[in-house]
Design a binder for this molecule. Structure first.
Ligand SMILES: [Zn+2]
Length: 273
């Protein structure tokens, strides 16, 4: 699933190609991709508008429009946004195609169909509940400490809870906890101030490194030009590295389930007590 580094990469690489472009048409290959408003309204309110900006909030992409409205896209499990030249052949997994002036098309490809689009007046009607942005300058160790206090849930589950902190999913939660040497089942409230500071540092380090590598191309993630990211080559535990040896201490990486998510960690570097 695309997480913050993948969505940030997509945003960064789309901006030079789509900001300032006008929407000249929309094809919905699968109408279920539109959550709000009705399909007819979605088309009529989007066509003719110019994209004035593109930003990211958590794992959501927010396209600002000249009408004051916003097109919001969530890629969920398997979505990608691909830039193609005019009249490109649709892929069998394309769910929507947005045609832009300047001979560009934006194809929303999504094999598993969990992805979604909204056209809204108020962005907060979709993203209001999200937790803080982990790379925002206001996200300090103190903010993280306050959010963890009183939380009995496993820290791994808190990290992938979008209302606790936005943008982190299963892969980067595992990488972050390995980097911070914190066991995934430790409760949020049990972390010492020093551990929280380490965790805060690791969250930012891991996400920034992955953005630097243009995201992780596990499963179906592609960058807008169709290229792959390379962040997964630097994974130390995440995404199926169970049984591999810990790079720090040589202990086999273990797999457990945390809230039903496959979770990888080093039992020696990340002790439970
Ligand atoms: Zn280890």
């Amino acid at each position: 699933m695309p997480e913050l580094p993948e969505v940030e990469t997509i945003k960064n690489e789309l901006v030079p190609h789509i900001v300032g472009r006008r929407v000249t048409g929309v094809t919905l290959c699968w109408e279920g991709v539109v959550r709000k408003p009705s399909v007819e309204e979605f088309r009529s309110r989007l066509i003719g508008k110019t994209i004035t900006g593109l930003s990211r909030r958590g794992k959501y992409l927010i396209f600002s429009l000249s009408s004051g409205e916003a097109l919001i896209i969530h890629l969920k499990m398997t979505g990608s946004l691909l830039l193609k030249p005019a009249s490109a052949e649709p892929d069998k997994f394309d769910r929507a195609i947005v045609y832009l002036d300047g001979e560009t098309e934006l194809h929303f490809r999504d094999p598993r169909k969990f992805g979604a689009m909204w056209l809204v007046n108020d962005v907060n009607s979709v993203v209001a509940k999200l937790g803080p942005e982990p790379l925002d300058e206001n996200f300090s160790p103190q903010v993280l400490l306050e959010r963890l206090a009183k939380r009995k849930a496993p820290v791994k589950a808190l990290l992938f809870d979008q209302n606790f902190i936005a943008g982190i999913g299963n892969m980067y939660a595992d990488e972050t906890l390995y980097d911070a040497r914190i066991h995934p089942l430790r409760s949020g409230a049990s972390l010492s101030q020093e551990e929280v500071e380490r965790l805060h540092h690791s969250i930012q380090e891991v996400l920034l490194a992955a953005i630097g590598n243009k995201g992780a191309s596990v499963d179906t993630y592609f960058r807008p030009g169709g290229e792959l990211g390379t962040a997964h080559f630097e994974f130390r535990v995440a995404h199926g590295l169970g049984g591999k040896l810990c790079q720090r201490c040589g202990t086999p990486i273990e797999r457990i389930l945390v809230r039903n998510r496959g979770t990888y960690f080093c039992p020696k570097c990340q002790p439970q007590n």
